[in-house]
Design a binder for this molecule. Sequence first.
Ligand code: ATP
Length: 775
Amino acid sequence: MSSPVSGTKPDPLSNGTEFRESELESERKYLAVLYRHLDGQRETTEQRLREVLGQGIGGTPGAQVERDASYSMYADRLAQLRSVDYGLCFGRLDLTNDDRFYVGRLGLFDPANDYEPLLVDWRAPAAQPFYTATAATSSGVRRRRHVKMRGRQVTGIDDEIFDLASLNDADISTLNGEGALLAALNANRTGTMGDIVATIQAEQDAVIRAHSDGVLVVQGGPGTGKTAVALHRAAFLLYTHRKRLRKQGVLVLGPNATFVRYIADVLPSLGETDVLLSDLGDLLPGLTATGTESPKVAAVKGRAAMVGVLAAAVRDRQELPESMLEVTVDSYPLRLNRQTCVKARDRARSSRQPHNLARANFARAIVRALSDQYARKLGDKFLQRGDMEDVRSELREDPAVQAAINNLWPLLTPERLLTDLFASDRRLQIAAGRFSAQDRALLRRRPGSPWTPADVPLLDEAAELLGQDNREAERQAALAAAREVEYAQGVLEVMTPADHADEEVLQAMDAISAQQLANRYSSKEYETTAEKAAADRQWTFGHVIVDEAQELSSMAWRSLMRRCPSRSMTIVGDISQRSVAAGAGSWAEVLRPYVRDRWRMAELTVNYRTPDEIMSVAADVLAEVSTDATAPRSVRSTGVPPWRLAVSAATLADEVARAVQTELAAIGEGTLAVIVPEAQVGALALALAQALPAAFLAPKGSLARAAVMSATQSKGLEFDAVVLVEPQSIVDESEYGWNDLYVGMTRPTQRLGVLHSTPLPAALAGLSDRSLEPA
Ligand SMILES: Nc1ncnc2c1ncn2[C@@H]1O[C@H](COP(=O)(O)OP(=O)(O)OP(=O)(O)O)[C@@H](O)[C@H]1O
C-alpha cells in the first residue's frame, strides 16, 4: 500500500509497554487540565452573557451598540466552546529545540500563567507542521503525536518520529504514523460528513491554508477530500481573516439540498456556525426551487445566451399602443399617440436604469403629455403658475392614467417576467428568436408549476434587469418600525403605573425610551451575518466556496460571480464527474469571462474514500470518460474485490434485495446505497422499501441505513457499500452516462457489487464474477 503519510514503522521486537503506559497517563492528565480550562471558560462566558442579557435596558445608543456587540461576541464564543468538546485535542508536536505544544480544535490559554498557550488552534501558523512535517522536511519537528479520544477520555497515542537519530526503544513503542488516518478512513460512515481536522494531509493542508486572494481552483478525482478541504478552508479563512469575513460572510455552495444536509455538521464541529451553506435552488431569498425537469431543459436554461433572451423579454414588456390610446380623466378623453409613447420609452430606456426604476421616467413623460392636454381642455389660460404641478400630481394618482402606464410599462417581479415569458410562444419567439423552435419548446412552462434550480439564475438575472423599486418596501418598514415603537410605548406605560408616579423612584420610562425598547426587541439586532446574507439577494460575500463546481451552468456562474465582486473564491470540482450538458467543459472556459487567465489551480491526487480494488475498475470507466484523465491513487486497499452478478430482468428487484441484505451484513453498522438508472429509481425504491423496511425506512428525524438513488443524486456522497444496478442503462441514459457510472462506482468506502440483466459494458470486465463463487 502506498500512502502520503510519512513516518517510520514500529520495531516489532521492541517492548516499550511501560513507556507507552506512562505516556498515556501523562496525556490523560494533560487532557484533564485542558477540559478544566474549557469548562472554566464556558462558565465565565455564560456568566458574561447572562450579565449582558440582564443589563439594565436603555442607556445611550452608543452603550446599546456596545452591548449588542458584546452579546454576539459572547454568544459566538459560547457556541464555539460548546462545539469543541468532542476531540478537543488531537495532537502534540515535540520540536527539536525541546519545545512542545498541543494542537486542537481551538486555542486555550492559561490566564494564571501569563496566558501561556495550553492548546494551539489547528488553524494557527504554529500548528501547520502537524500537517506538513515529513521525514524529509520535518520543519523542526521531532515527534508528531496523534492523541485518540473517546468522549473526554484519551484512548491511545500514535507517534511519528522524524529525527530518526534520536529514536530510542521507548519511542518505538508509540510509533504508528498512519494509524490515525487509516482508522478514520476505515470507520463506518454515519450518513453525514465528519471533519478531518486530526488527519489533514500535506497536499490538502496546502490548499486549506492557501492565501485568499483571487480564484483558486481545486481539481481532484473522487474521494480526494475536495469537499472536506473546502469546508476546512472556510474555517481556516474565518480564523485568519475573522474581522473582515465576519462582516462580509462566507458562502459555501453545494450541488443540491441533500448534499448541503450531508455536509452541514462539519463547520459547526469546527466551531464555525456563521457560514451560509446553500445550494443553487435555495440561493434566492423567499424562494425554494423544488421543481425538477429534464437535463435537456436545464441545459437550455443554463446557456449564456439566456442573458440576451431575458434582456429582450424585458424590452418586450415596454410596450407601445398600436396607434392611439385613449385615457379618460374626469370624463375628458385624453389621447396618447404612438409617437408620444415612443419618445417616453426612449427617454426611459436612455436612463440606463433597470426596468422598474426607469418606469418613473416613462411615467413622468406620459403624465406630462396628458397633463398638457388636460390643461388645454380646462383652458390653460385660467391656470396660474404652480397649478400645472397640481394637475400633474392629480393625474399621476388617477386610476385611468395609472392603468395606462401599467399597460405600457408594467412593474414586474422576476417571477412574473419568467412566468409570462415561458407561458407564451409569442413572447418566446420575440425574446428567443435565435433559439431553435425545439429549444424554445423546451423553455415552455405551465404557470404555477414549481420553480427548478435552473430557473434560479434566470430569476436572479431578471431581478438585476428589473431592479427593485424599494420605496414601497421602505415605507412599509418605516410603518412597521413606528408600530413597534407604539407597542413599546404601551409596554412602558404598563410598567410605569400612574399611581406609583413617585419622582424619587426610577421608573422604566426614565431608563429607556420607547424607541430603544423597540430596537432592543427587534430580532434583527441579533441576526448573524449568515442570516442577513441569506435574506438579501444583493449581498456580496467576502469569500465564496463552490463545491461540485463542474455542474454549474453559465447562468449559474453569473449569479455566483455577482455575489463575489472581489473574486476571492475557492472553486472545487472534478471535470470528469460532470453530469450535465450545461456544466463545465474546462475550468479555463468557465472562468475566462470573469477573470481571464488570472486564476490558479491546485490538484488533489490521493483518494481517501474508494479502496484500491474498486478504484482500479473505476479507472477503466474513467478511460471511457476521457483518455486524458488520470484516476486518483487510492490510499488503502481492503482485500475485498468488487463483484458482478448477472440476473434476469424478472427477478432483478428480488436479487437486489438479496444483495442488499448480504452487503448490509458485511458492513455491520455502516450505510449502503443502491445506485440505479434514473428511470428505475421510483420502482426499485418502492420494491426495496417493501422488501426491507428496516433498512430503507427510517423513523422520523433519523437517517435510513440504505437508500435508492440515481448516480447523479449520489454525487458528493459516500456509503460503506454500494449495490449498482444495470450499469449499461446508466451509460445509455444520458450524454454524460460514463461520467455518471464513474461517479456511482466511486461512492463506496468498502464494498461494491454490480447487478445486471443486460450485458455489462466492457469497461467493467475487471469485476469478479460472483456467480462463479461457491455458494
Ligand atoms: N485527510 C483525511 N483524513 C481523514 N479522512 C479524509 C481525509 N481526506 C479525505 N477524507 C475522507 O475521505 C472521504 C472523501 O472526501 P470528500 O467527500 O471530501 O472527497 P471529494 O473529493 O469531495 O469526493 P467526490 O468528488 O467523490 O465527491 C470523506 O469521508 C472524507 O472525510
